[in-house]
Design a protein around this ligand. Structure first.
Ligand code: PRP
Length: 210
């Protein structure tokens, strides 16, 4: 069973409060979403494997460490996931980026896939699927289905979001039990497909399309 973790670092919680505020404008929303994404990446990468390496410093030999695990791919779920990519790349600049386009039918809330473009070696990478919202879980489940269809192993996927509804966490765990889920907050419930209290429609707030 994958991990489920609420990232309660004070900086993450403080920044999340800023973007929850309905008076937070597009520019600040965008900036702070990226800042939170960086902080989440810091926590999510905590279990990356290291290997020993001897390095010659100007003063001698250091018995040091370097990353030894799989290379990383960041996979935002379009549109809103794009808002988290730069923040993660600030910490992991060599990561490749894949895109999965999903939109929810506004009536049925059913997700629809409209775009998939991934690095060719995606099945060999540690993948961070990112999307600010985990509401019903439909988009995340379908995005992860798209990865599995291309040979990715569930245990190499971490799903990273800002706000999750209990319904979405449950659905994602049921569909993809080995995926680790990280969120900055676990909110109360869903209402018409929106997370309550949540932060509204992350895509619209990021891109100013409301
Ligand atoms: C929102 C959000 C997630 C999805 C979450 O996207 O960014 O992708 O809904 O809902 P779910 O867990 O119920 O699937 P939306 O479909 O509004 O598209 P957008 O990102 O392009 O605005």
């Amino acid at each position: 069973m994958g991990k489920f973790q609420v990232m309660n670092h004070p900086l993450i919680q403080h920044k999340l409060t800023i973007i929850r505020n309905e008076n937070c404008g597009t520019r600040e929303f965008r900036e702070v979403v990226n800042e939170i994404a960086s902080l989440l990446a810091f926590e999510v990468s905590r279990d990356m494997p290291l290997e020993d390496v001897d390095i010659k410093t100007p003063q001698g030999i250091a018995h040091a460490k370097q990353l030894s695990g799989k290379k990383v791919a960041v996979v935002p779920i379009l549109r809103a996931g794009i808002g988290m990519v730069d923040g993660i790349l600030d910490l992991i600049p060599a990561a490749k980026v894949g895109h999965i386009g999903m939109y929810r039918d506004e009536e049925t809330l059913e997700p629809h896939e409209y775009f998939v473009k991934l690095p060719s070696d995606i099945d060999k990478r540690q993948i961070f699927v990112v999307d600010p919202m985990l509401a019903t879980g439909g988009s995340a489940i379908m995005a992860i289905d798209a990865l599995i269809k291309r040979g990715v192993d569930e245990s190499n996927i971490k799903f990273v979001c800002l706000v999750a509804a209990p319904e979405g966490v449950e659905a994602l765990q049921k569909a993809h039990g080995d995926v680790d889920i990280y969120t900055a907050a676990l909110d109360d419930h869903l209402e018409n497909g929106y997370i309550v209290p949540g932060l509204g429609d992350a895509g619209d707030r990021l891109f100013g399309t409301k």
